[in-house]
Ligand binder design. Sequence first.
Ligand code: PHE
Length: 355
Amino acid sequence: MSDLDKINSIFNAKIDSVKTKIDLQNIKTEFFGKNGQITQQFKKLGSLDQNKRKEFASNLNKIKDDLTTQIEQKNLEIENFEINEKLKNEKVDITLPARTYQKGKIHPVSQVIDEITSIFSELGFTVAEGPDVETEYNNFTALNTPEDHPARDMHDTFYLEKNKKLLLRTHTSPVQIRAMLSGKPPFKIIVPGRTYRCDSDQTHAPMFHQLEGLHIDKKITMGHLKGCLDYFIKEFFEVKNIKMRFRPSHFPFTEPSAEVDIGYKIENEKIVIGEGDKWLEILGCGMVHPNVLINAKVNPKKYQGFAFGMGIDRLAMLKYGINDLRAFFETDFRWLNHFGFDPLDVPTNYRGLSK
Ligand code: PHE
């Protein structure tokens, strides 16, 4: 038997027992690898004399082609086998009853935070956050709030310590200080979050939500503040013509300060936002007081800007016709099922106004 016939019969004996891709890889190496049996034969070619070489080469090539084809076929066989095994094991019984699942609802407060964030992000604001437990300094002192201001009283504020150094923040304004201290101007942020005051009735809860806005840059004026809030209110309430007025007010951390009211009327016992001769207060705002900028290490001779703060829960109540604030936080599933939002629903057409 010639060398080539021997190789051929060894190969044939082995290929039959191949079951896996690893076996196949081993055979490939044994015959076609660097020191493989076929490779060795090719190396011999050079030492044969001319007339023998031609015949040997043609036999060798034939065997090489034959073995290669067999390896390829085996590879296909193995792949088919693996697919069939997989199909067998992953069979789906379509006669089984469907699994039930419970779909949750999005709380109106979360929904409204998403809506407001989306509107302000169109104006270039980014979202910042701060902790619920604040220092007395960030919550009051840095915000230019005097020692004898009523908000500092135990009746209004939850203090965590007797020495009054830590408290539950009474507004989102301390995040103004945090944001400015941790970055460089310009600043253009909104801050949604929980806030706390000693208060509880139909329209006040001890914990509620606010959204702060802060825009500090070199040439920011009250005109920008008005334009920004006008855009926001129309987009949020989805009303093209909405009456809005700035009423002079006072906050220690803004000068001048204003409260913003929007017009409304009652029609068929329902509130209609936009027109009418009644006014509803929805937020506080103003130009950031120079003392606040100094406390936050911003040069008031170079930079100025506006801030505003609104009650998120109140906006949610107004927009979605909910009249008792306390129900927001009672985790009653019947209430949530009624007032909540489906996760995949696009809320009405609320982004359609500016388009
Ligand atoms: N922090 C104020 C409040 O809680 C609202 C406000 C924020 C007013 C920013 C002016 C500027 O009532």
